[in-house]
Design a protein around this ligand. Sequence first.
Ligand SMILES: NC(=O)c1ccc[n+]([C@@H]2O[C@H](COP(=O)([O-])OP(=O)(O)OC[C@H]3O[C@@H](n4cnc5c(N)ncnc54)[C@H](OP(=O)(O)O)[C@@H]3O)[C@@H](O)[C@H]2O)c1
Length: 244
Amino acid sequence: MSERQKTLLLTGASRGIGHATVRRFNREGWRVITCSRQPFPEECPWGGGAENHVQIDLANPSDVIEKVEMIRDRLDGKLDALVNNAGISPKGPDGARLNTIDTDLKTWGHVFHVNFFSSVVLARGLKEELAAAKGAVVNVTSIAGNEVHPFAGAAYATSKAALKALTREMAHDFGPLGVRVNAIAPGEIETAILSPGTEKLAEKLPLRRLGQPEEVAATIFFLCSSESSYISGTEIEINGGQHV
Ligand SMILES: NC(=O)c1ccc[n+]([C@@H]2O[C@H](COP(=O)([O-])OP(=O)(O)OC[C@H]3O[C@@H](n4cnc5c(N)ncnc54)[C@H](OP(=O)(O)O)[C@@H]3O)[C@@H](O)[C@H]2O)c1
Protein backbone atom coordinates (compact mmCIF):
# COMPACT_ATOMS: atom_id res chain seq x y z
CA MET A 1 0.00 0.00 0.00
CA SER A 2 1.34 3.46 -0.85
CA GLU A 3 1.85 5.85 2.07
CA ARG A 4 -0.54 8.81 2.47
CA GLN A 5 1.02 12.10 1.34
CA LYS A 6 1.52 14.39 4.33
CA THR A 7 0.27 17.99 4.34
CA LEU A 8 1.87 21.12 5.80
CA LEU A 9 0.10 24.46 6.22
CA LEU A 10 2.73 27.22 6.22
CA THR A 11 2.31 30.96 6.76
CA GLY A 12 4.78 33.50 5.36
CA ALA A 13 5.71 31.19 2.52
CA SER A 14 6.59 33.83 -0.05
CA ARG A 15 10.09 34.74 1.09
CA GLY A 16 13.04 33.92 3.32
CA ILE A 17 12.68 31.13 5.87
CA GLY A 18 9.16 30.29 4.62
CA HIS A 19 10.31 29.88 1.05
CA ALA A 20 13.17 27.58 2.09
CA THR A 21 10.68 25.59 4.17
CA VAL A 22 8.39 25.03 1.16
CA ARG A 23 11.34 23.75 -0.84
CA ARG A 24 12.47 21.38 1.93
CA PHE A 25 9.03 19.85 2.54
CA ASN A 26 8.35 19.54 -1.21
CA ARG A 27 11.64 17.72 -1.55
CA GLU A 28 10.58 15.31 1.20
CA GLY A 29 7.36 14.54 -0.69
CA TRP A 30 4.95 16.66 1.36
CA ARG A 31 2.06 18.68 0.01
CA VAL A 32 2.49 22.29 1.18
CA ILE A 33 -0.42 24.72 1.46
CA THR A 34 1.07 28.20 1.46
CA CYS A 35 -0.35 31.41 2.90
CA SER A 36 0.64 34.99 2.23
CA ARG A 37 -0.94 38.36 1.45
CA GLN A 38 -0.20 38.10 -2.24
CA PRO A 39 -2.38 36.10 -4.63
CA PHE A 40 -0.93 33.02 -6.25
CA PRO A 41 1.83 34.38 -8.49
CA GLU A 42 1.75 33.72 -12.24
CA GLU A 43 5.33 32.55 -12.09
CA CYS A 44 4.90 30.19 -9.18
CA PRO A 45 7.94 29.99 -6.90
CA TRP A 46 6.33 27.22 -4.83
CA GLY A 47 5.35 24.59 -7.33
CA GLY A 48 2.21 23.51 -5.43
CA GLY A 49 -0.30 25.03 -7.86
CA ALA A 50 -2.99 27.64 -7.16
CA GLU A 51 -5.16 25.15 -5.26
CA ASN A 52 -2.39 24.93 -2.64
CA HIS A 53 -2.20 28.66 -2.00
CA VAL A 54 -4.42 30.75 0.28
CA GLN A 55 -4.33 34.54 0.06
CA ILE A 56 -4.71 35.77 3.63
CA ASP A 57 -4.01 38.89 5.65
CA LEU A 58 -2.89 37.64 9.06
CA ALA A 59 -3.22 41.16 10.45
CA ASN A 60 -7.00 40.89 10.01
CA PRO A 61 -8.55 38.42 12.50
CA SER A 62 -11.85 38.09 10.63
CA ASP A 63 -9.99 37.24 7.43
CA VAL A 64 -8.03 34.54 9.28
CA ILE A 65 -11.22 33.05 10.81
CA GLU A 66 -12.88 33.04 7.39
CA LYS A 67 -9.89 31.45 5.62
CA VAL A 68 -9.70 28.63 8.19
CA GLU A 69 -12.93 27.29 6.66
CA MET A 70 -11.42 27.51 3.18
CA ILE A 71 -8.27 25.69 4.34
CA ARG A 72 -10.32 22.95 6.03
CA ASP A 73 -12.19 22.33 2.77
CA ARG A 74 -8.89 21.69 1.03
CA LEU A 75 -7.77 19.03 3.53
CA ASP A 76 -8.76 15.38 3.51
CA GLY A 77 -9.59 15.67 7.22
CA LYS A 78 -5.94 15.52 8.25
CA LEU A 79 -3.25 18.16 8.78
CA ASP A 80 0.20 16.78 9.58
CA ALA A 81 1.89 20.08 10.35
CA LEU A 82 1.14 23.75 10.90
CA VAL A 83 4.10 26.14 10.78
CA ASN A 84 3.33 29.65 12.01
CA ASN A 85 6.23 31.41 10.30
CA ALA A 86 4.88 34.76 9.05
CA GLY A 87 6.22 37.69 11.02
CA ILE A 88 6.75 41.43 10.80
CA SER A 89 9.28 43.67 12.50
CA PRO A 90 8.41 47.33 11.90
CA LYS A 91 11.05 50.01 12.20
CA GLY A 92 10.93 53.76 12.85
CA PRO A 93 12.12 56.49 10.47
CA ASP A 94 15.51 55.63 8.90
CA GLY A 95 15.24 52.10 10.22
CA ALA A 96 15.38 53.15 13.88
CA ARG A 97 14.55 50.59 16.56
CA LEU A 98 11.05 51.14 18.01
CA ASN A 99 11.35 50.89 21.78
CA THR A 100 8.73 50.61 24.56
CA ILE A 101 8.48 54.42 24.83
CA ASP A 102 8.10 55.23 21.13
CA THR A 103 5.94 52.41 19.75
CA ASP A 104 2.37 53.57 19.16
CA LEU A 105 -0.34 51.14 20.22
CA LYS A 106 -1.73 50.75 16.72
CA THR A 107 1.63 49.42 15.48
CA TRP A 108 1.95 47.24 18.57
CA GLY A 109 -1.49 45.71 17.96
CA HIS A 110 -0.76 45.15 14.27
CA VAL A 111 2.43 43.26 15.14
CA PHE A 112 0.59 41.11 17.67
CA HIS A 113 -2.13 40.18 15.18
CA VAL A 114 0.39 38.95 12.60
CA ASN A 115 3.05 37.49 14.91
CA PHE A 116 0.85 36.08 17.68
CA PHE A 117 -2.96 35.96 17.36
CA SER A 118 -2.98 34.43 13.88
CA SER A 119 -1.15 31.38 15.31
CA VAL A 120 -3.85 30.91 17.94
CA VAL A 121 -6.69 31.22 15.41
CA LEU A 122 -5.12 28.81 12.90
CA ALA A 123 -4.19 26.15 15.47
CA ARG A 124 -7.56 26.26 17.23
CA GLY A 125 -9.47 26.35 13.96
CA LEU A 126 -7.66 23.28 12.61
CA LYS A 127 -7.48 21.36 15.90
CA GLU A 128 -9.57 18.40 14.66
CA GLU A 129 -7.46 17.96 11.52
CA LEU A 130 -4.19 18.21 13.49
CA ALA A 131 -5.48 15.66 15.99
CA ALA A 132 -6.63 13.29 13.22
CA ALA A 133 -3.08 13.25 11.79
CA LYS A 134 -1.32 13.27 15.21
CA GLY A 135 0.32 16.34 13.75
CA ALA A 136 2.88 18.92 14.85
CA VAL A 137 2.79 22.70 15.25
CA VAL A 138 5.94 24.81 14.95
CA ASN A 139 5.83 28.45 16.00
CA VAL A 140 8.65 30.62 14.66
CA THR A 141 9.80 32.82 17.54
CA SER A 142 13.09 34.75 17.73
CA ILE A 143 16.18 35.36 19.81
CA ALA A 144 14.57 38.79 20.37
CA GLY A 145 11.86 37.09 22.45
CA ASN A 146 14.50 36.13 25.01
CA GLU A 147 16.80 39.16 25.19
CA VAL A 148 16.91 42.83 24.09
CA HIS A 149 18.11 42.96 20.49
CA PRO A 150 19.94 45.91 18.89
CA PHE A 151 17.58 46.10 15.87
CA ALA A 152 14.34 44.27 16.69
CA GLY A 153 11.77 46.56 18.32
CA ALA A 154 9.78 46.15 21.54
CA ALA A 155 6.51 45.17 19.81
CA TYR A 156 8.30 42.46 17.84
CA ALA A 157 10.22 41.19 20.88
CA THR A 158 7.16 41.02 23.12
CA SER A 159 5.10 39.29 20.40
CA LYS A 160 7.81 36.63 20.09
CA ALA A 161 8.03 36.21 23.88
CA ALA A 162 4.24 35.75 23.89
CA LEU A 163 4.52 33.21 21.06
CA LYS A 164 7.07 31.27 23.10
CA ALA A 165 4.67 31.23 26.06
CA LEU A 166 1.86 30.20 23.72
CA THR A 167 3.99 27.24 22.62
CA ARG A 168 4.17 26.03 26.22
CA GLU A 169 0.42 26.51 26.77
CA MET A 170 -0.49 24.82 23.48
CA ALA A 171 1.84 21.88 24.15
CA HIS A 172 -0.11 21.37 27.39
CA ASP A 173 -3.54 21.67 25.78
CA PHE A 174 -2.92 19.92 22.43
CA GLY A 175 -0.72 17.12 23.85
CA PRO A 176 -3.68 14.96 24.93
CA LEU A 177 -4.90 15.15 21.31
CA GLY A 178 -1.60 13.65 20.16
CA VAL A 179 -0.41 16.98 18.73
CA ARG A 180 3.13 18.17 19.52
CA VAL A 181 3.80 21.92 19.72
CA ASN A 182 7.29 23.42 19.58
CA ALA A 183 9.02 26.68 18.70
CA ILE A 184 12.20 27.56 16.86
CA ALA A 185 14.00 30.79 17.69
CA PRO A 186 16.26 31.98 14.86
CA GLY A 187 19.08 34.45 15.47
CA GLU A 188 20.48 36.29 12.44
CA ILE A 189 19.29 34.53 9.28
CA GLU A 190 20.06 35.98 5.85
CA THR A 191 16.60 37.21 4.71
CA ALA A 192 14.83 40.48 3.87
CA ILE A 193 13.82 41.02 7.52
CA LEU A 194 17.42 41.80 8.60
CA SER A 195 18.49 45.37 9.33
CA PRO A 196 21.57 46.99 7.81
CA GLY A 197 24.50 46.35 10.13
CA THR A 198 23.61 42.75 10.90
CA GLU A 199 26.71 41.54 9.03
CA LYS A 200 28.85 43.38 11.62
CA LEU A 201 26.92 41.67 14.41
CA ALA A 202 27.41 38.28 12.72
CA GLU A 203 31.22 38.75 12.74
CA LYS A 204 31.13 38.51 16.55
CA LEU A 205 28.95 35.39 16.81
CA PRO A 206 30.64 32.14 17.92
CA LEU A 207 30.13 30.68 14.41
CA ARG A 208 31.19 34.03 12.80
CA ARG A 209 28.49 34.05 10.12
CA LEU A 210 24.80 34.61 9.37
CA GLY A 211 22.53 31.59 9.27
CA GLN A 212 20.88 30.45 6.05
CA PRO A 213 17.11 29.94 5.61
CA GLU A 214 17.77 26.29 4.62
CA GLU A 215 19.38 25.67 8.04
CA VAL A 216 16.20 26.89 9.74
CA ALA A 217 13.99 24.86 7.38
CA ALA A 218 15.94 21.73 8.34
CA THR A 219 15.07 22.20 12.02
CA ILE A 220 11.43 22.90 11.19
CA PHE A 221 11.36 19.68 9.18
CA PHE A 222 12.91 17.75 12.08
CA LEU A 223 10.21 19.06 14.45
CA CYS A 224 7.47 17.97 12.03
CA SER A 225 8.94 14.51 11.47
CA SER A 226 8.78 11.31 13.54
CA GLU A 227 12.46 11.88 14.44
CA SER A 228 11.17 14.31 17.11
CA SER A 229 8.21 12.18 18.23
CA TYR A 230 8.73 12.80 21.99
CA ILE A 231 9.64 16.50 21.78
CA SER A 232 6.92 18.96 22.73
CA GLY A 233 6.71 22.34 24.44
CA THR A 234 10.29 23.32 23.73
CA GLU A 235 12.03 26.13 21.86
CA ILE A 236 15.09 25.29 19.76
CA GLU A 237 17.55 28.14 19.25
CA ILE A 238 19.08 28.37 15.77
CA ASN A 239 21.60 31.15 16.11
CA GLY A 240 25.20 29.97 15.69
CA GLY A 241 25.74 30.26 19.44
CA GLN A 242 24.51 33.87 19.70
CA HIS A 243 22.81 33.20 23.04
CA VAL A 244 25.91 32.01 24.91
N1 LIG B 1 15.54 36.38 9.37
C1 LIG B 1 15.89 36.37 10.63
O1 LIG B 1 17.03 36.64 10.98
C2 LIG B 1 14.88 36.02 11.71
C3 LIG B 1 15.33 36.01 13.03
C4 LIG B 1 14.44 35.66 14.04
C5 LIG B 1 13.14 35.34 13.72
N2 LIG B 1 12.72 35.37 12.44
C6 LIG B 1 11.33 35.02 12.17
O2 LIG B 1 11.24 34.09 11.12
C7 LIG B 1 10.01 34.29 10.41
C8 LIG B 1 10.31 34.42 8.94
O3 LIG B 1 11.20 35.51 8.79
P1 LIG B 1 11.88 35.92 7.41
O4 LIG B 1 13.16 36.53 7.77
O5 LIG B 1 11.84 34.78 6.46
O6 LIG B 1 10.88 37.09 7.01
P2 LIG B 1 10.56 37.81 5.62
O7 LIG B 1 11.56 37.41 4.60
O8 LIG B 1 10.36 39.23 5.94
O9 LIG B 1 9.14 37.11 5.27
C9 LIG B 1 8.02 37.37 6.06
C10 LIG B 1 6.84 36.56 5.55
O10 LIG B 1 5.67 36.89 6.33
C11 LIG B 1 4.59 37.15 5.43
N3 LIG B 1 3.69 38.16 5.99
C12 LIG B 1 4.03 39.37 6.53
N4 LIG B 1 2.91 40.04 6.91
C13 LIG B 1 1.86 39.22 6.61
C14 LIG B 1 0.44 39.35 6.76
N5 LIG B 1 -0.12 40.45 7.28
N6 LIG B 1 -0.33 38.34 6.33
C15 LIG B 1 0.21 37.23 5.77
N7 LIG B 1 1.53 37.04 5.61
C16 LIG B 1 2.36 38.03 6.02
C17 LIG B 1 5.26 37.67 4.16
O11 LIG B 1 4.44 37.38 3.05
P3 LIG B 1 3.79 38.50 2.10
O12 LIG B 1 4.58 39.76 2.27
O13 LIG B 1 3.86 37.89 0.75
O14 LIG B 1 2.39 38.59 2.60
C18 LIG B 1 6.53 36.83 4.11
O15 LIG B 1 6.29 35.60 3.44
C19 LIG B 1 9.35 35.51 11.03
O16 LIG B 1 8.39 35.12 11.98
C20 LIG B 1 10.49 36.23 11.72
O17 LIG B 1 10.07 37.00 12.80
C21 LIG B 1 13.55 35.70 11.41
